[in-house]
Design a protein around this ligand. Structure first.
Ligand code: DX5
Ligand code: ZN
Length: 223
């Protein structure tokens, strides 16, 4: 049976009570934790770095997915591996040699992912899919939580899914990030998503209830 992962983005968590919110994600049955690393250069915002990832690692056994929204991600792969990342995604727009950086993540035995901004040709994903464990398609422009889902995005996910199936690359997972809420998650899953990132859609309101509602919506589509 198809498995779809729920991946809360801690960017929308209460940072004063981060450990509590992480525990709630676990209790609610989240599959992964999404950590947004922003440098104020690749994106206009600055968030967290390795020390916070390391602290999160100490309070959770859930796999940590580090979404690096930074220029020159190749310089920091080892740091995030040491901090406890299990999955690392790097943007193809981030001024580095894509293949070399993906190989570097793999060399540490971690899951590597290539991330694409909404305006980036989907062919970047096609060209690099073979080496990737997952491909992150942004459904908002990266930098902030709480933005509106770009609906034209769904066609991109469908094209990628189709490409993966036709090329025997069905093991490469599609992660979708940005603007996903309980009321549009089914469209995203139908378009082929395997890893659902959601920040404000889960943390605004009752986190436990929201995870459960999202899980139900997903189940309706995949069963
Ligand atoms: C945006 C980040 C997202 C963000 C998603 O640049 O990559 O992970 O936290 O937040 P929502 O789900 O609120 O759009
Ligand atoms: Zn993200």
């Amino acid at each position: 049976m198809r498995k779809v992962y729920i991946e809360p983005s801690l960017l929308s968590a209460d940072f004063v009570n981060l450990a509590r919110d992480i525990r709630m994600c676990e209790e609610g049955g989240a599959d992964l934790l999404h950590l947004d690393i922003m440098d104020g250069c690749f994106v206009p915002n600055i968030t967290i770095g390795q020390p916070v990832v390391k602290a999160i690692r100490q309070v959770s056994n859930l796999p940590l997915v580090c979404h690096l929204m930074i220029v020159h991600p190749e310089r920091y792969i080892e740091d995030f591996v040491d901090a406890g990342a299990d999955y690392i995604s790097i943007h193809c727009e981030g001024q580095h040699h894509i293949n070399r950086t993906l190989e570097s993540i793999k060399s540490y035995g971690k899951f590597c992912g290539l991330a694409l901004n909404p305006g980036t040709p989907i062919e970047f994903a096609f060209e690099n899919a073979e080496i990737c464990d997952f491909i992150l398609l942004m459904s908002v422009n990266p930098g902030f939580g709480g933005q509106t889902f770009i609906t034209s995005f769904l066609k991109r996910a469908e094209r990628l899914k189709d490409f993966l199936l036709k090329n025997n690359l069905e093991n490469v997972l599609i992660e979708v990030d940005g603007g996903i809420k309980i009321d549009n998650v089914q469209d995203v899953v139908r378009a082929g998503a395997d890893m659902i990132v959601s920040g404000s859609g889960l943390f605004n309101g009752n986190l436990l209830e929201n995870i459960e509602k999202m899980r139900k919506k997903i189940q309706e589509v995949i069963t």
